[in-house]
Design a protein around this ligand. Structure first.
Ligand code: AQP
Length: 335
């Protein structure tokens, strides 16, 4: 607890341009927690280097992700917004927790299996131990809740196991967090392969709608989305493409699947796809406008980064010192 408030933590990797999956599954929901919780929202740049990044692009996207947090409604006065590599305690606790995580546990992580097959030429140890750094990110702040898309649920469950293991050996040290998965946008699928998650690092730009895509691009991508040979807009088994488009439409309009089916009764897929593109573009337009203003003020963004890093470091160091003491590490002698 901080000032009688429970704690919320989440993060996004600046590993590509952010997608409507990141938006609907995570960022859009972050501000729902700002009143009831003390929130820490991190740009997890250290996670991003588990896959090779072009340095200039990683730098640019780190600023952009912070700006997008604010453009999506996160007030930096109410939330601690910061960059992971600015708070060294993340990496320090990450190393310690590596020694409390089993090889077998990490081998079962589906994201590792997926990413190691996609990046077979670079299956580095960081890709394998990524969930441990994520556990450190969460546990450093004594986090109660982690808002996230469903793809990260397995990692939050591992984080809980690590926390419980440490607590059992050294007595209550970490709060054991709960994943908070928003039901509506929990897993947005690729437009090109609707059985696969929409990912910012997808090599096919038509599979992904980026938060910053312009209206024409958004509509064009939805119009090209893979569907099926049926013609009727209905949510059903085996209609992965249409189910995904209906989910996206529902997220942006708040309509239920039955309402959507009624709205498009007797209309073809073409009309429906255009409508999905329009509601998506209209919802993103204010975010994009605010983002452009924020990004233009680099000094303002850097001031937020510094403020966020100072705030986060204060709480992170408290937990890290407690952990180090329990482990038997000798503190730096004074004087
Ligand atoms: N398709 C998705 N649907 C719903 N939620 C999603 N999230 C990601 N994709 C979807 C949620 O976004 C948050 C930030 O994700 P991340 O950047 O930490 O990493 P990720 O889950 O690996 O996201 P990507 O877009 O697939 O990135 P790359 O391509 O770099 O691996 C998380 O809460 C995640 O659940």
């Amino acid at each position: 607890m901080i000032n009688d408030q429970k704690i919320c933590f989440s993060g996004v990797q600046p590993s590509g341009n952010l997608t409507i999956g990141n938006y609907l599954g995570a960022i859009r929901n972050f501000s729902n927690y700002s009143d009831a919780y003390k929130c820490f929202y991190c740009v997890v740049d250290q996670h991003a280097i588990t896959v090779r990044q072009v340095p200039a692009e990683l730098r640019r996207r780190t600023y952009e992700t912070l700006a997008l947090y604010m453009a999506c409604g996160l007030d930096p006065e109410k939330n601690t917004l910061y960059v992971q590599s600015h708070v060294p305690a993340h990496a320090e606790l990450g190393w310690i927790l590596n020694c409390f995580t089993m090889f077998g546990e990490l081998s079962r992580m589906t994201q590792f299996k997926d990413k190691s097959s996609r990046h077979a030429d670079n299956v580095n140890a960081g890709l394998f131990t990524y969930p441990v750094l994520m556990a450190a990110d969460i546990l450093l702040y004594q986090t109660d809740v982690v808002p996230t898309g469903v793809d990260q649920k397995q990692h939050v469950e591992l984080c809980r196991d690590i926390a419980e293991r440490f607590n059992q050996i050294y007595s209550g040290t970490f709060t054991v967090p709960e994943p908070m998965i928003s039901q509506s946008g929990k897993k947005i699928m690729s437009l090109a392969e609707p059985t696969k998650k929409m990912s910012k690092s997808d090599e096919n730009p038509n599979a992904v709608v980026y938060i910053l895509d312009d209206k024409d691009t958004i509509i064009r991508k939805f119009r090209r989305a893979v569907t099926d040979s049926d013609t009727c807009v209905r949510f059903a088994e085996g209609k992965d493409g249409i189910n995904n488009l209906m989910t996206i439409y529902s997220c942006f309009t708040g309509k239920t699947m039955e309402e959507i089916e009624r709205e498009f009764d007797g209309k073809g897929y073409g009309d429906f796809k255009t409508a999905v593109g329009e509601v998506c573009a209209d919802a993103l337009a204010p975010v994009q406008a605010r983002f452009a203003q924020l990004l233009a003020d680099k000094a303002g963004l850097e001031a937020q980064m510094k403020k966020g890093a100072d705030e986060a470091s204060y709480y992170a160091r408290k937990t890290l010192s407690k952990v180090q003491k329990k482990l038997g590490f000798v503190p730096v002698p004074r004087g």
